[in-house]
Design a protein around this ligand. Sequence first.
Ligand code: GLU
Length: 313
Amino acid sequence: MSSTSNIVGRFAPTPSGRMHLGNIYAALVAWLSVRSAGGRMVLRIEDLDPRTQSGPWTDRLLADLDWLGLDWDEGPYYQRDRVEAYQAALEQLRDAGLLYPCFCTRAELHAASAPHASDGTPIYAGTCRGLSPEEVARRSAERPAALRLRVPDQDDLAGTISFTDRVFGPQTEVLARDCGDFLVRRSDGIFAYQLAVVVDDAQMGVTEVVRGHDLLSSSARQIYLQRLLDYPEPTYAHVPLLVAPDGRRLSKRDRDLDMEGLRERFGTPERLLGWVAGTAGLAPDTEPRSACELAELFSWDLVRAHRGDIVLG
Ligand code: GLU
């Protein structure tokens, strides 16, 4: 389809397993939003973590999106090819005096006493914030450091981030209280998701971010980084999560609801998409429908009407 607006959306899958129904739903809404508005779609493979054997999963992902009829206009871009861009952003933050090395171990961070943010990550207590240069030199000789971004103190308004999510409405996060200083590079040298995603979205011209509700709490950190790096702020829409009939959240381990099982069960993309759309309220019933047919029906009000977790029947 040709684009008739300046809207740019994206798929940003992590190739750590086969797509499951929740991924399909989020990808479908991202695609429907862009296509119904005549915009462009970018595909970016979030393969930064070298521990993941991403090659075979990436091939499957591309084939599955293709089978579903969820096409894209640009990419795939691969995060592994883009580390120079992340490094440049990191240096900009370092030059502004906003980064410091952190030597805390995973066990220290997850200590029972540490308060945790809504996404389960511990709120950083600032343990390594004030280390002297001598202490940093001594510790660096022992083990490699991660890099953290210093967030403004709680009474500094620059650290209060407000935005309006297109599905979940007005959101406010106080960075110092709700997440603390956060990682931009891990101790193994891998750039953190938060930094990579912000650099990528800006450089790929993304104007709207559509993704699962589990990432809602990342948005404040990402908006803060956009402000520091002087990037434009995209719109955010977090879509409800799909849960299995027994209440468990879908994960890439749920083989019954991954693409392999779903393709066997439904046979055609129209049957699968029609069922997902009908269940999630994007269509009046679960009759077979193609992605393009669903684009004719799409509106954000339909997504908003189903804000709770969507339980699969
Ligand atoms: N790569 C993330 C995932 O697959 C999505 C990141 C994003 O949309 O910002 O869950």
